[in-house]
Design a protein around this ligand. Structure first.
Ligand SMILES: Cc1ncc(COP(=O)(O)O)c(C=O)c1O
Ligand SMILES: [Zn+2]
Length: 396
């Protein structure tokens, strides 16, 4: 297996080695070379997403027993939110640990075993921690999690249950991210962080699935962006499908950031081709609030090369969108994921066509929870139920 990476920003090629994934020329993460052109096709056999698309992946052999049933997520029409029938959601929140991260973790543990590593790790604000821990447990790998101080109790619980080593680390998150690779090299831990090229190959499969489910490529795809890993992975999937002639046109990829922390969207709006680190600012959207995104320049390059778009939305708009997805469509996602709907409402008059929101994570693990105080009624006993219903129905 030729594990070559290429830097799409400056063109440098180098070998894939865990913990050494950044280009020496420009510092951006390398990507596996395009695999679609020489592929042996999509398999109708096999039950897991990785088996189905095995020939597109940088893996000698897929071990289906390591799967937790990731991928093959529903594509739902959101007709109540937009009666045009052109709005759809790819429900990544229905993955085993409730976020898109599972697609990446599923592949990472396979690669770790193939390369003979016995421990995997990650630096995370929540979702990637629980996902990595679950897949490591399944694969019998040791797992080390470096999580941000302030990670939600639900996210910690859904990681700790798999019995990894968890360190809650204070201070600068960007520094922690960079430091992890040195620790990984020294102590034999494959740190598969947010922009790990193997992870991104897993995210690429979302694009494949989407096109198969729709029978073609959508016109617009809305994705929340933090480090840029997920966005780049999806983009890579569509580009490879386009290059191989499976789809006519790469969709317009719309990256969405939180207005309180939008370094990539700001650089895009200012017409720059590199991202400057910003001061962390206030937003409730912790999972999409990376002030120093490791794939920022790569995101800008892809957006510029393929006519993509970047925007930002306020916390208020995200929270409203979260409510709308729940009340109108029965979907509970994190505010970070609902940012995709908020951006759609902002841009739909300009971007007319089939639009897919990638709903990245389920709502329960989010650090910011919607208030439910006014949504429940207290009834002291069964005997009072009739009275309660009488008062409710007499109001109608
Ligand atoms: C729910 C959710 N959406 C979006 C993102 C952003 O993904 P990325 O860091 O790959 O840009 C994250 C990252 O943790 C996330 O947890
Ligand atoms: Zn480079």
């Amino acid at each position: 297996m030729d594990d070559r990476l290429k830097c799409l920003v400056c063109g440098l090629e180098f070998s894939f080695v865990p913990n050494q994934i950044f280009c020496h020329g420009c510092g951006q993460p390398g990507l596996f070379q395009s695999s679609v052109v020489n592929n042996a096709g999509i398999k109708s056999t096999g039950t897991t997403a990785l088996e189905r698309f095995a020939s597109f992946l940088p893996l000698g052999q897929v071990r289906p027993e390591l799967s937790l049933g990731e991928g093959q997520t529903p594509l739902l029409a959101l007709n109540k939110l937009d009666s045009s029938g052109c709005l759809l959601a790819k429900l990544e929140s229905s993955n085993p640990t409730l976020s898109f991260k599972d697609r990446g973790s599923a592949l990472v543990v396979q690669k770790a075993l193939e390369l003979g590593w016995s421990a995997v790790g990650t630096v995370s604000t929540g979702n990637m921690a629980s996902s990595t821990a679950a897949y490591a447990a399944r694969a019998g790998l040791k797992c080390i999690l470096l999580v941000k101080k302030g990670t939600s109790a639900a996210a910690l619980l859904s990681s700790a249950i798999f019995h990894p080593l968890i360190l809650e680390v204070g201070g600068d998150y960007g520094q922690l991210f960079r430091e992890s690779y040195g620790l990984g090299q020294e102590f034999g831990i494959y740190f598969a962080n947010s922009v790990d090229p193997v992870r991104l190959e897993g995210y690429k499969l979302t694009a494949f699935e989407l096109c198969l489910q729709l029978g073609r490529a959508p016109d617009y795809v809305y994705v929340p962006v933090s480090s840029g890993g997920h966005f780049v992975g999806l983009y890579k999937g569509f580009i490879e499908l386009g290059q191989a002639g499976y789809i006519e046109k790469v969709p317009v990829m719309v990256g969405v950031q939180a207005a309180g922390c939008a370094p990539i969207a700001s650089a895009f709006e200012a017409g720059q081709n590199s991202v400057s680190q910003i001061q962390p600012s206030e937003t409730i959207a912790h999972s999409i609030a990376n002030p120093d995104p490791p794939a920022g320049n790569l995101v800008l390059k892809m957006v510029n090369d393929y006519d993509g778009f970047l925007t930002s939305v306020t916390d208020e708009d995200m929270l409203l969108a979260q409510k709308q997805l729940a009340r109108d469509e029965g979907l509970f996602v994190q505010p970070e994921s609902a940012s995709a709907l908020a951006a759609y409402f902002k841009l739909r008059h300009r971007f007319v066509g089939t639009s897919v929101l990638v709903l990245t994570g389920q709502g329960l693990k989010a650090s910011h929870q919607p208030g439910i105080d006014n949504l429940t009624y207290q009834v002291s006993g069964v005997g009072e139920l009739k009275e309660f219903f009488r008062s409710v129905y007499s109001q109608k």
